[in-house]
Design a binder for this molecule. Structure first.
Ligand SMILES: Cc1ncc(COP(=O)(O)O)c(C=O)c1O
Length: 382
């Protein structure tokens, strides 16, 4: 059943089970890994994804995504592999966006051939190219929008409609937008996954993943996930629950900051292209307005110069932290050529539009002007 409360209220209240025994406002942490099998509860076990603290987080996420059911897993990759191995079998074919997270790309290209599952990567920005890639044995389309690091968008509604017409499952990595800024199930997508490590956790101190969608699909994934064993313990679930209570507050602030910083960068001297769906100059700004509730807190920009300019700029930053990962309360920066795309050759990177001066910013909740001041001082010292 759809939760009609607003996202901010869902974050605080949905799923949470105040401690009735002591009249406490928070869900108690149930540490048991052994449960009686003769009572009404029956069959509870952490690896079965059915213990109280696991269920509380799933309910919160499902309320945010508008999903019937979900699974909480030990990492974003565990969520991706659960979807793909849980729903595909030997002989099946998968269509994916070309611009997907490097770990997903690596998983698809190194593991799927061993299991006889074929795949086609297709143009992220053109829904027609998804249509062209579908074969008789295609069983799933998998997209990631906005993409990393160039913030390209896929038309969620068009691709999910196409999949539905062909009787194919559609799945999306919603990590970059978070459920506060994008609700793919509203556009007909069957399954959403998250690297919860990013916005859902939000403090750069947890690793987990999640899947949410129809009960029917989650019921099909669960037996595989139980076999693989990627569950979380109660203490981690309690930390996730606490983090998610501030999800909407954090993401709204991060999104406002990102818009302000992107607008600053677009006019700043020494800066080349700026990639952010909230800018009118973004080639798919109209699509962003249609399918995103907010434009997100991830943006990328190019410095004018070369690889040395990038290194000098990073050395001079005082507040913004050069680090992998994203979605936390602190602003992080990374040079894509040295991080997510380091395994590509220089030619492959050039073809993908990843220059040596491209920097990806994961905007935090600090004061936007302080982040801008840090960029300014790092530039002025050039
Ligand atoms: C968009 C996206 N999807 C999935 C993942 C994988 O998540 P995890 O590192 O939690 O396994 C990441 C990690 O960076 C990511 O950025």
């Amino acid at each position: 059943m759809k939760d009609s409360k607003s996202p901010a209220t869902i974050c605080v209240h949905s799923g949470t089970q105040p401690d009735k025994d002591i009249s406490g406002v928070n869900t108690p942490i149930h540490t048991s890994s052994a449960f009686g099998y003769r009572g009404a509860m029956g069959n509870q076990y952490p690896r079965y994804f059915n213990t109280p603290n696991q269920k509380v987080v799933v309910q919160k996420l499902c309320a945010l995504e508008g999903a019937e059911d979900g699974l909480l897993l030990s990492s974003g990759m565990a969520a991706i592999t659960a979807i793909i191995f849980g729903l595909l079998k030997q002989g099946d074919h998968l269509v994916l966006s070309k611009e997907i997270y490097g770990g997903t790309y690596h998983f698809i290209t190194t593991e799927l051939p061993r299991f006889g599952i074929s795949y086609t990567f297709t143009d992220t920005t053109a829904a027609e190219s998804f249509a062209a890639a579908i074969k008789e044995n295609t069983r799933m389309v998998y997209l990631e929008t906005p993409s990393n690091p160039l913030l390209k968008l896929t038309d969620i509604e068009k691709v999910s409609k196409l999949a539905r017409e062909k009787g194919i499952i559609s799945a999306i990595d919603n990590t970059f937008a978070s459920p506060i800024n994008q609700k793919p199930l509203d556009f007909g997508i069957d399954l959403v996954m998250h690297s919860g490590t990013k916005y859902l956790g939000g403090h750069s101190d947890l690793i987990f993943g999640a899947v949410a969608g129809s009960r029917e699909l989650v019921d099909r994934i669960r037996p595989h996930a139980i076999n693989m064993g990627g569950n979380l313990n109660a203490e981690t679930c309690a930390l996730i629950e606490r983090s998610m209570k501030t999800l909407s507050l954090r993401v709204e602030r991060q999104t406002q900051n990102a818009q302000k910083i992107a607008e600053y960068l677009e006019k700043a001297p020494g800066i080349g292209k700026v990639y952010y769906p909230g800018l009118k100059s973004h080639p798919q700004h109209e699509l962003a307005q249609k399918q995103m509730l907010g434009f997100g807190a991830m943006l990328s920009f190019e410095l004018e110069g070369d690889a040395d300019t990038t290194e000098r700029f990073l050395d001079r930053l005082r507040l913004i932290f050069p680090a992998l990962s994203l979605g936390g309360v602190e602003t992080l920066i990374s040079a894509s050529a040295k991080t997510s795309h380091v395994k590509m050759s220089a030619e492959e990177r050039a073809a993908a539009g990843i220059s040596d001066t491209l920097l990806r910013l994961s905007v935090g909740i600090e004061e936007a002007d302080d982040i801008i001041a840090d960029i300014r001082q790092a530039m002025e010292l050039k």
